[in-house]
Design a protein. Structure first.
Length: 247
C-alpha cells in the first residue's frame, strides 16, 4: 500500500496554457519508498540541502522524520493516489500521466534530434564536398539506394535550428530566464513562425516516409532511413504542440 505513492508528480501551480509549460519537464518530482516505508520526494530538501524523509504514521499519511511537517496522499474514485498534499495549503503535487513523464519525453526528444542531426551533418558534408572538392568524381550510389529528398532534409534543418536555439538560450540564461517580460513577445512570435515552418516541412518528411517505406525496389536500410526521419518529425510536432512551443 505504501508503494502506491511511488511515481512522478508536478506542482499544481504550473503553466499549462503558456509557453512556460516547457519548464514543467524540468521541474518534475519523484516519490520513492524504501523497504522500511520511508518516503522521499525529490526536489524537497531541508534548509541544509538534505533530502527530507517522511515516515508513515497512518493510512496515506506521512510525517517528516525529526520534524513536524506532514504529507497526505489523496486518492481518486478508483482508489489510486493522484495528488499529494502538504501542510502548506497553496500547492499540491499532482501525478503526471505517462505521456508527460520527462524520463520518456526527454530521451525521445534526444533520439529524434540525434536522427535529424545526423541528416544535417551528412547534408553539410555533402555540400562541402561539392564546394571544396569539385575535381573529384561524384559518388555513385549503390543499386537500390536513395538519398533523402529535399523535404525531409529541410525539416531536419528546421527542427535542429529551432530546438537547438531554444536549448542554447535556456543554457545561457540560466537562473535569469524567468519571469518573462513584454520584451519577450517578439521572440515568442518568432518562435511560433519558426515552429510553424518546421511542422509544415515535417509533412513532406511524413509523406516521403509513407511512400518510400513501402517501396520494395529500395534497400531496407533506405526505407528505414526515410521512416525514422518521418517518425522523428511526427514526434517533434506533437512535442511542439503539446508543450506550447507553438501557440
Amino acid at each position: 500500500q505504501l508503494k502506491a505513492i511511488v511515481g512522478a508528480y508536478e506542482s499544481t501551480r504550473r503553466a499549462d496554457s503558456t509557453k512556460l509549460k516547457l519548464d514543467n519537464l524540468f521541474s518534475q518530482a519523484r516519490a520513492s519508498v524504501d523497504k522500511d516505508g520511508v518516503l522521499q520526494v525529490s526536489n524537497f530538501d531541508d534548509l541544509r540541502g538534505h533530502a527530507i524523509k517522511w515516515k508513515p504514521i497512518g493510512k496515506d499519511l506521512w510525517e517528516e522524520v525529526d520534524g513536524q511537517e506532514r504529507l497526505f496522499a489523496i486518492r481518486d474514485g478508483r482508489n489510486r493516489i493522484v495528488r499529494v498534499a502538504f501542510d502548506f495549503p497553496g500547492v499540491q503535487l499532482q501525478r503526471i500521466p505517462w505521456y508527460e513523464n520527462n524520463r520518456l519525453i526527454l530521451p525521445a526528444v534526444a533520439a529524434s534530434l540525434f536522427i535529424l542531426g545526423v541528416i544535417v551533418i551528412c547534408s553539410l558534408l555533402r555540400l562541402g564536398r561539392r564546394v571544396f572538392m569539385r575535381n573529384r568524381p561524384p559518388k555513385v550510389l549503390e543499386p537500390r539506394m536513395m538519398l533523402l529528398t529535399m523535404g525531409p532534409r529541410m525539416a531536419a534543418f528546421a527542427w535542429i535550428i529551432l530546438l537547438g536555439s531554444i536549448a542554447g538560450y535556456f543554457m545561457v540564461a540560466g537562473n535569469d530566464l524567468l519571469p518573462p517580460n513584454p520584451a519577450w513577445f517578439k521572440w515568442f512570435v518568432l518562435m511560433n513562425w519558426a515552429t510553424g515552418v518546421a511542422i509544415f516541412l515535417s509533412l513532406f518528411a511524413v509523406i516521403s516516409a509513407m511512400l518510400k517505406g513501402r517501396r520494395g525496389d529500395l534497400r531496407w536500410t533506405t526505407r528505414v532511413k526515410f521512416v525514422m526521419v518521418g517518425v522523428a518529425c511526427v514526434f517533434l510536432c506533437w512535442f511542439a504542440i503539446h508543450l506550447n512551443v507553438i501557440g
